[in-house]
Design a binder for this molecule. Structure first.
Ligand SMILES: CC(C)(COP(=O)(O)OP(=O)(O)OC[C@H]1O[C@@H](n2cnc3c(N)ncnc32)[C@H](O)[C@@H]1OP(=O)(O)O)[C@@H](O)C(=O)NCCC(=O)NCCS
Length: 405
């Protein structure tokens, strides 16, 4: 191998692109019509050596909820390098070019390993809590339900009925990715050879007194019988509820399935309300890991796009090694959570100094600036600026990404 070239992908690269990324992840990826329609070759990059693809990355065109707004965000995925070509800078070449190319003011991704993306200016902005619930110990919420309150929805036509709930969730919680019709189709796809011994997906919905759907849960079951008796496993894939009654009823239902001993759920928020509803929260079997990483590619636009919890007027000195044009001093002003913010370049002295990585980490309102000041990654030049800017960057509801893309 002498070197490699990086180029924009073509539609005809789809199969080879999938094969390369699938090989890197040790996962058999099947080409199909839906995947082809979602491919967006003009937003995918390939590294090529001697005519063969040896590295991949792509950005999906989707939106993301951020504090007080829903904005376009490059959803980066399929970062892979052929095992024989690792540690020669292929990924670094792909990611650096991608970040300079994306038109959106932020790029986001889920990292397979947390050590990879900080060097490119991504900051871990949201955390994901996985549950492995011991259903015999957890003590589910005690809910008396009306007849007809919960029912199942057939898959055909379900996306149309569930989509408005996801959009409403985006208005409330940062970190939630939007789904077009095609992404809903992908999300509800249920190929039998991907079920891993589980049942087909069930769609459970909650209706309010008027009959409107105000919550849903997607789940599957897995038969399991131990010497002590039935020990089925419930696999909760998604739970979205807009009203407390829907939230309590859906959780009560999935936590009390007959013959079941365990429930797994991969997308709880750090502030997931079910923690207050069960009698033994430790039986939720919680494990925390980073979920969404945010890379701010255009500081002025990204900071003006979100809202701020309290009024703020602060000058930030931002460093950015990979995109030098992004670095500099910016004045951020906002009048509280319902007013649009302004962010412009300035020559005024800085109140706070930080790199684009810390900016990404605090962007969704899920991590305090003070956390980074405590290790010297945020510097306070003006006394008091850390406290006021820290309060402004925070948000009343923590970010949570409910889907790996
Ligand atoms: C992770 C992967 C994409 C890295 O590709 P690569 O071409 O070997 O990476 P590069 O040579 O460009 O490495 C760039 C830097 O990242 C570091 N790095 C690479 N992989 C890393 C990992 N898994 N963890 C931590 N650091 C890593 C390198 O050491 C290098 O550091 P340096 O700049 O200090 O020298 C590749 O190994 C792969 O395909 N792995 C399996 C699939 C995967 O995990 N993809 C990520 C999906 S989110």
């Amino acid at each position: 191998m002498t070197g490699f070239d990086i180029r924009t992908a073509k539609a005809a690269d789809y199969e080879e692109f999938l094969a390369l990324f699938g090989g890197a992840m040790m996962f058999e990826m099947q080409a199909d019509d839906l995947g082809r329609q979602l491919f967006e070759p003009e937003r995918a990059l390939v590294a090529v050596d001697s005519g063969e693809i040896i590295g991949t990355t792509r950005a999906l065109t989707r939106d993301l909820s951020v504090p007080g707004a829903v904005v376009p965000a490059a959803h980066v995925t399929a970062v892979g390098v052929r095992a024989t070509h690792r540690r020669r800078g292929v990924m670094a070449g792909l990611i650096s070019r991608q970040l300079r190319d994306v038109p959106e003011a932020i790029a986001v991704l889920w990292a397979s390993e947390p050590g990879i993306y900080g060097r490119f200016g991504y900051g871990a902005a949201a955390f994901d809590v996985s549950y492995e619930v011991d259903l015999h110990r957890v003590g589910p919420p005690d809910v008396r339900m009306r007849p007809g309150e919960l029912s199942e929805l057939p898959v055909d036509g379900a996306a149309k009925q569930l989509a408005p709930l996801l959009r409403s969730l985006q208005e409330r919680r940062p970190g939630v990715s939007g789904r077009s019709d095609l992404y809903w189709q992908k999300h509800l796809e249920d190929k039998p050879d991907h079920r891993d011994g589980k049942t087909a997906r069930r769609i459970l919905v909650h209706r309010d007194e008027t009959g409107s759907i105000d919550g849903y849960a997607l789940y599957r079951g897995k038969l399991n019988w131990e010497s002590s008796g039935p020990a089925n496993e419930v696999s909760l894939e998604e739970l979205v509820a807009l009203e407390p009654a829907a939230y309590r009823a859906l959780w009560q239902h999935v936590l009390t399935m007959d013959l079941s001993a365990k429930l797994g759920y991969g997308y709880a928020a750090l502030d997931e309300p079910v923690q207050q509803l069960v009698t033994t929260p430790t039986a939720l079997g919680r494990r925390v890991s980073e979920s969404l990483w945010v890379r701010v590619t255009d500081v002025a636009r990204a900071l003006a796009d979100r809202r701020y919890a309290v009024p703020v007027d602060v000058v930030l000195e931002v460093t950015d090694e990979l995109i030098p044009a992004n670095a500099g001093r910016y004045r951020l002003t906002a009048d509280g959570p319902t007013a649009p913010a302004r962010c412009e370049r300035t020559e005024d002295p800085a109140d706070l100094g930080l790199s684009v990585t810390e900016l990404g980490a605090v962007y969704l309102g899920g991590r305090p600036l003070a956390e980074f000041a405590a290790t010297g990654r945020v510097t306070e030049h003006t006394p008091g600026a850390l406290a006021t800017a820290g309060a402004a960057f925070g948000w009343p509801i923590l970010p949570a990404s409910i889907e790996i893309f």
